[in-house]
Ligand binder design. Structure first.
Ligand code: SF4
Ligand code: SF4
Length: 93
């Protein structure tokens, strides 16, 4: 299991100009703007699960970390949020 970020389209306000998560994500081409939906969209294959995007989106709470089932690559939408590494830990080296 590993964790990835998931954007709730009903809470994301990217259509109003917010790009915070896109700016702060340390992985290139990981969160991008879905220009069809005008919502932030996570490329789960690039997400490192660092939680930074969820922190910067704390006002709108549009991003939740969910575990991914390794063999199937599917996001597991359980009852509980995934446990994440402390902010910055994943990039501490
Ligand atoms: S920071 Fe939150 S509200 Fe802003 S674009 Fe990202 S997911 Fe949407
Ligand atoms: S958890 Fe980290 S790597 Fe994944 S989308 Fe959010 S900021 Fe990017």
């Amino acid at each position: 299991m590993y964790n990835v970020a998931f954007v709730d389209d009903t809470k994301c306000i990217a259509e109003k100009g917010c790009r915070l998560c896109i700016m702060y994500c340390p992985e290139s081409n990981c969160i991008t703007l879905d220009k069809t939906k005008m919502k932030a969209s996570v490329n789960v294959n690039r997400c490192k699960g660092c939680d930074l995007c969820a922190v910067v989106c704390s006002t709108h709470k549009a991003i939740t970390m969910y575990p991914v089932d390794g063999p199937t690559g599917k996001i597991v939408m359980g009852h509980d949020k995934a446990e994440t590494a402390g902010l910055g830990q994943a990039y501490a080296g």
